[in-house]
Design a binder for this molecule. Structure first.
Ligand SMILES: [Ca+2]
Ligand SMILES: [Cu+2]
Length: 373
């Protein structure tokens, strides 16, 4: 049953949930066929050519060197079939496969943890977006009593539901924020090594500034996540379960009402519970989505492809999501503990997510990079 919400709250949810929409997609919106046949695209990957030379010194704590180099960016459609609207088959925005060159950089081995974020808040007194009362002018017409600080939380039904709208399993929860991941009654005691969640883009940037780091570009993120491999489905290769071992925290069982936790974790997991990729990065697939600094445009890769090899692409000038034209979005990457081939398979390494910048959720976090000095 869908709970009936006051209109203003529904509005708040509609706006705030814009971000997950994408991550999870909007069903019923049928994407246009790709201009390039899927089969041709599948052969568009060329080997990754990393930059030569040793990592610079010193090594920042908790980071690994990503050498940068030239690689093929994007995701092909290996299934070549017209299936669901948000899974692999719908990732036209990750095509065409195109050649990109990025410089070297340091990258966090893991997603930013509650411990790390707490140190930042302790030092600065920073208050996250989810902890601030929504401003009346941002939600015209909303009764003041409905303007309550909170965030968007995965709230699965206890029975199977049509996968037609993400409102069936996402709720705007007053009092949810990074300290209270699923609502005011919850806390992060004993969860110091879990990824921080419910962070908006500006929270991520504030944390990065304090830490002397920055958000990665989308191209940097993908170069790093691919770990030197070319054209693989996942950061570790082409087999989702490799030699009997789960390599990422995603969702098993019937989505969204049943998670069998075959991968050993239901919901978000502490960082680094799964093997790292070849560059030493944990959880670049699954666990929590990660902000990048780029604006999202569905057609951006086409723009880049026509320009030959793109050098350090930093995203388009502005955002455009054809599925939600009025909402400017930043790119998310990596997928989360909620990803499943039944609905959204964005743990696949070349695929893209996106989200409205003020919207955090309990499956969206941060991973940062740092330039070599
Ligand atoms: Ca899991
Ligand atoms: Cu997903």
């Amino acid at each position: 049953m869908t709970r009936v919400k006051p209109v203003a709250i529904a509005l708040l949810v509609a706006i705030v949930a814009g971000g997950i929409g994408i991550a999870l997609g909007t069903r019923g919106h049928k994407a246009a066929p790709a201009a390039t046949p899927a089969q041709a695209d599948a052969h568009a990957f060329a080997p990754t050519v990393p930059n030569a030379g040793p990592p610079p010194e010193p090594v920042p704590d908790g980071m690994v060197w990503i050498p940068g180099g030239e690689f093929s960016m994007g995701a092909a459609d290996p299934l070549g079939q017209d299936a669901n609207a948000v899974g692999m088959q719908a990732t036209e925005d990750s095509r065409p496969i195109h050649r990109v060159r990025v410089g070297g950089f340091w990258m966090d081995r893991t997603e930013v943890t509650n411990r790390q974020f707490a140190a930042f808040v302790e030092a600065t007194g920073y208050v996250t977006v989810a902890e601030r009362t929504p401003a009346a002018e941002e939600f015209p017409g909303a009764p003041p009593e409905n303007l309550v600080a909170g965030s968007v939380v995965f709230s699965p039904p206890d029975h199977a539901v049509p996968l037609d709208t993400h409102f069936r399993w996402w709720s705007y929860v007053p009092g949810a924020n990074w300290r209270h991941p699923v609502g005011p009654q919850s806390n992060i005691d004993g969860r110091e090594d879990y990824p921080v969640v419910h962070v908006a883009f500006e929270d991520a940037e504030a944390f990065a500034k304090w830490a002397g780091k920055r958000l990665p570009t989308e191209a940097e993120w993908e170069f790093a996540a691919r770990g030197g491999l070319a054209g693989r489905l996942y950061p570790w290769g082409n087999e989702f379960v490799a030699d009997g071992r789960f390599m990422a925290n995603t969702h098993q069982g019937h989505f969204p009402n049943e998670d069998t936790c075959a991968d050993a974790h239901g919901g978000v997991a502490p960082v680094a519970q799964y093997p790292p990729n070849a560059y030493g990065l944990h959880d670049v697939a699954g666990n929590v989505w990660e902000w990048t600094r780029d604006w999202y445009r569905a057609d951006y890769y086409g723009t880049l492809a026509s320009a030959g090899v793109a050098t350090d692409p930093a995203g388009p000038e502005s955002s455009y999501d054809p599925g939600e034209p009025g909402v400017a979005k930043r790119v998310h990457r990596g997928g989360s503990f909620l990803c499943t081939e039944q609905y959204c398979s964005r743990y696949m390494v070349g695929t893209r997510g996106k989200g409205e910048p003020s919207t955090g959720t309990n499956h969206l976090g941060i991973r940062l990079v740092k330039d070599a000095s």
